[in-house]
Design a protein around this ligand. Structure first.
Ligand SMILES: [Zn+2]
Ligand SMILES: [Zn+2]
Length: 404
């Protein structure tokens, strides 16, 4: 086993923590078609790899890895599929990383056949085991931090997840090549990123725990932004305010009257501030048993609050829209976060999917004229208004449909 192979294996933990098939595909392609690449990993492999491709660099393996890579990139572009993927990919990644490492080593072994004695076995499988564990650890860490963003912004209205996903594609595609060009730099870089991820997760957990307070009556730890204890229903003196991302802050809510609505707007229970998991209007809180939108009065006020936001959102959207090209994306993110998100959080995905596509075609034509000075100022407000009308009517329809 050569040092270069080991360094490559250790470094591959980085790209494999992000994607399973993409780094495997790139590695196999490079090994098959660029002898220089192979010679970086091990000088002895070049001749062998060139005239006798192993199973790892065979046509059929390349084809399968290529297809799976394309599927993987496509799957990570949809917030819905990404959330499902998140649950399983931490098991797939270590397996593919180990297979890739063994694929590299297998080619090398052929080259060593004359010299190698039968000392193989445990000593050879140890690096593979370490790489598998490393990918699992870093992949779990990554999905934990990513899960924090998914919780905070399910539909990726802010676009952070989408941006992150593209960055990870670039990383998974270029990582196996950069590893050959700058092995030590890459190892250090992966170490730094792992350290940052550990800190980020620790901070998020500590923040979540700190925001909880003990119920004055029964002592259960409850969310600071809760109106009542989920267990004994004792009201909190003053609920704490809730952040843009739906977390409890340290200061008391400025408007106790509006507080339950604000909780629901961020998809939290209006009573105990526990997060709602499903995208339906009528659901029961898993912690305190509150039945969401069962009270028609609550639903009416919720929609009225939503309507009251419309004029301001339209004015601010117009200001964004008046800036040609540059103002479009922030404008769209702004109105989706403030106006659409409180309604869309409770409309099932299938329904939201059909709605989205109907509206998308209209928006395509609108966006083409956003660059026009002055007149372009109308584009984002029109998009906001159309979107709001569609989601509002879907919300109302489901409200009455499910109530029966
Ligand atoms: Zn209590
Ligand atoms: Zn509750």
């Amino acid at each position: 086993m050569q040092i270069a192979t080991l360094i490559f294996g250790a470094g591959s933990i980085g790209p494999f923590a992000s994607r399973a098939f993409v780094p495997a595909f790139i590695t196999a392609m490079m090994m098959r078609f660029t002898p220089q690449y192979v010679s970086f990993i091990s000088d002895d492999m070049v001749a062998v790899a060139a005239d006798a491709p192993g199973w790892f660099t065979s046509d059929i393996c390349l084809l399968i890895l290529g297809l799976l890579s394309a599927l993987e990139i496509a799957a990570t572009k949809s917030p819905d599929i990404r959330a499902v993927f998140q649950e399983v990919d931490k098991y797939i990644k270590p397996i593919v990383a180990v297979i890739t490492y063994m694929g590299i080593a297998s080619i090398q072994d052929i080259g060593f056949v004359q010299e190698a004695t039968q000392q193989a076995g445990f000593a050879d499988s140890l690096p593979a085991l370490m790489i598998g564990l490393g990918v699992f650890w870093l992949g779990t860490l990554r999905s934990g931090v990513l899960g924090f963003f998914i919780d905070a912004d399910e539909d990726d209205d802010v676009g952070v997840q989408g941006l992150f996903s593209w960055a990870e594609d670039v990383w998974a595609l270029s990582g196996p090549i950069l590893l050959i060009l700058f092995p030590i730099v890459m190892l250090v870089l992966i170490g730094i990123v792992a350290g940052i991820l550990v800190l980020a997760r620790k901070r998020a957990e500590a923040k979540e725990e700190r925001s909880k307070i003990a119920c004055t009556n029964c002592g259960e730890m409850i969310y600071g932004s809760a109106v009542q204890c989920f267990a004994c229903k004792t009201p909190t003196a003053v609920p704490r305010s809730i952040s843009f991302m739906g977390r409890s802050l340290d200061d008391p809510t400025p408007d106790p009257q509006a507080h339950p609505y604000k909780l629901v707007e961020k998809k939290h229970c209006p009573v105990c501030a526990t997060r709602f998991e499903t995208r339906v209007i009528h659901q029961t809180c898993g912690a305190c048993g509150h039945e969401l939108f069962k009270d028609p009065e609550f639903a009416n006020v919720y929609l009225a609050r939503s309507d009251a936001r419309l004029p301001i959102v339209l004015v601010v959207s117009a200001l964004f829209s008046l800036t040609p090209v540059v103002g479009l994306i922030p404008g769209v993110i702004y109105y989706r976060m403030t106006l659409i998100s409180p309604l869309r959080k409770y409309i099932p995905r299938s329904r939201a999917f059909l709605l989205r596509w109907g509206v998308r075609i209209l928006f395509f034509f609108l966006i083409m004229f956003q660059w026009v000075p002055v007149a372009g100022g109308l584009v984002v407000p029109i998009m906001a208004l159309v979107n709001y009308t569609v989601y509002r009517s879907a919300f109302k329809a489901m409200l009455s449909l499910e109530a029966e």
